[in-house]
Structures are given as C-alpha cells and as structure tokens.
Design a protein around this ligand. Structure first.
Ligand code: 0WD
Length: 255
C-alpha cells in the first residue's frame, strides 16, 4: 500500500487500453484515493464505467486546452479533495496525417496543435495543480523516445515530446522549492488508441520486441508500477528525470 493516504489525479483515460487506465488501477491497488478526468462527452460514459470499476472517488470533466475547464477542475478539487499528492498527465494528440506523411510536409496548424495538446498542456496542468500540493507532490507525464531519436512516422509528435520533456525539466526546477517533483516516464510502444494513429505501428512493435534487451514489448502495468514509485515516498529524491520503461530499448545502437 505504497500510496495509502494519498490522493491522485489522473488525466488521460480514453478507454481500458489507455496507459492512464493501467496507472489508475495500480494507484487503487496501492491504496490511493483516485480522481479521474475525461476530455469530453465522447469519453464520459466510458471513463465513468471504468471509474466505477476502479472505485474511483470522483470523475470530473477537463479538456486541458480549455483554461476555463482547468479552472473549474481546480475549484471542484478544492471542494472534493482539498489536496492532491500525485498528478499524472497522460495526454497527447496530433493529426493523423502528420503521423504518416513526411515530416517536411507538417502544416503550421498541425505542428501547433500537437504542441498545444501534448506539451503546453503539462505547463497549464502543473500551474493549476501546484497550489493544491501545499506539502509537495509528484507530477508526472508520459513521453516517448521519438523526442530525441528519429522514429519513422512519429514526426510531429517527436517534436512535441521534445518540448514536453524540456517543459518537464523547467517545471521541476521551479517547483522543486515547493517539494513538488516533476518527471516523465518514457514508455516503449504500446497498442493504444493514440498509438494506432502512428502509421505502421505493428511493424514498430515487432522490431521493438526483436531488438529490446528484454526481447519483448512493454506492458502498461510496468509503466504503471514506475508511476507508483514516482508518486510514492520511495521516489522522494527523484525529479526532472526521464525514466525509461521500455524493456531497455533505448540503450541499443546497431542491433
Ligand atoms: O505507445 C504508446 N501508446 C505510448 C504512449 C508510448 C510512449 C508514450 N505514450 C504517451 C502518449 O503520447 C500520451 O502522452 O502516453 C500518453 C497516453 O497515451 P495512450 O495511453 O497511448 O493513448 P490513449 O489511450 O489514446 O490516451 C490519450 C488520451 C486521449 O485519447 P484519444 O484516443 O481520445 O485521443 O489523451 C486524452 C484523450 O482522452 N486527450 C485529452 N485529454 C484532455 N484534454 C486531450 C485534451 N485536449 N486530448 C487528448
């Protein structure tokens, strides 16, 4: 029960296959009081069902690109929970065509959209939630190796993840004095709705399992357990890091 007595806010469940769902399940297993958000009416019923299954304390709406929704989320959290100990940002979006055509063809709007939803939203969420962490806490985001290496078809999302990771470091530096730790978990590829938008995902998964030191793909439950560590007191000395949970893939050069 590593998270007993802690309240956790998880943003980014779309369905049962979402990494945020695996994280939520692990948080409940470890005794956290869980609060979930859903992006829009499209996800509401699914997230409410999953929340009932997980016995979450609360489900609230929040599209992170809408400042007024972040404001009302914070007001509601103040009333319902008072305090947040861990906050997981598991959100990304890019236009599907920007994840298949050459990077050179990326439109200005597509570039800015990916940056807004996938990178700037971490800054907006951290600014909103930090005041609810008066004694410190853990803010986490999910990233991918395409931030620093060229991964075919990841394109505009790789650039957004680079921006996300840099944002994470600046936030860690500024929030450290408040004992708020900010980290990113870099997961290996996992078959989720978002990942399916990347052209040739199946090929990517096969190549990954072949070349990763552990010779297999990444299990969302492994990502979730690392998130538990970061949210728990065991992670108290860790901030500003990208922690790879990817079966070791990122160490490989020519395999
Ligand atoms: O291989 C993978 N699946 C990896 C994912 C490897 C490494 C990292 N990641 C990252 C993703 O880039 C993302 O940051 O993990 C995070 C979670 O992604 P996921 O679990 O793979 O994907 P998914 O289940 O689709 O959850 C992402 C959700 C959205 O889902 P849909 O499918 O509806 O686009 O992010 C949410 C939304 O629910 N989301 C938003 N939430 C609030 N406000 C917004 C928004 N504006 N936009 C997207």
């Amino acid at each position: 029960m590593l998270l007993s007595g802690k309240t956790a806010l998880v943003l980014g469940i779309a369905n049962r296959w979402s990494i945020a769902y695996a994280i939520s399940a692990a948080y409940v297993r470890e005794g956290a009081k869980l609060i979930l958000t859903y992006q829009s009416e499209r996800q509401k019923a699914t997230v409410e069902d999953l929340s009932a299954e997980l016995k979450a304390f609360k489900v609230l709406p929040c599209d992170v690109t809408k400042p007024e929704e972040l404001d009302s989320l914070v007001s509601q959290l103040r009333i319902d929970a008072g305090r947040i100990d861990a906050c997981v940002h598991s959100i990304a979006f890019a236009n599907r065509e920007d994840l298949s055509r050459p990077f050179l063809e990326t439109s200005r709007d597509g570039f800015l959209l990916a940056q807004e939803v996938s990178a700037y939203s971490l800054v907006a969420v951290a600014r909103a939630i930090a005041p609810l962490m008066p004694d410190g806490g853990s803010i986490q985001t999910l990233t991918y190796l395409g931030s620093t290496r060229v991964v075919t078809n990841y394109n505009v999302m790789g650039v957004a993840k680079a921006s996300l990771e840099a944002s994470m470091r600046y936030l860690a530096s500024e929030l450290g004095s408040k004992n708020i730790r900010v980290n990113a978990i870099s997961a290996g590829p996992i078959k989720t709705a978002s990942a399916r938008a990347v052209k040739d995902l199946t090929k990517m998964l096969d190549a990954f399992a072949e070349h990763a030191p552990l010779r297999r793909n990444t299990d969302p439950a492994e990502v979730a357990d690392t998130s538990v560590f970061l949210a728990s007191d065991l992670g108290r000395g860790v901030t500003g890091n990208v922690i790879f949970v990817d079966a070791g893939f990122q160490i490989m050069g020519l395999a």
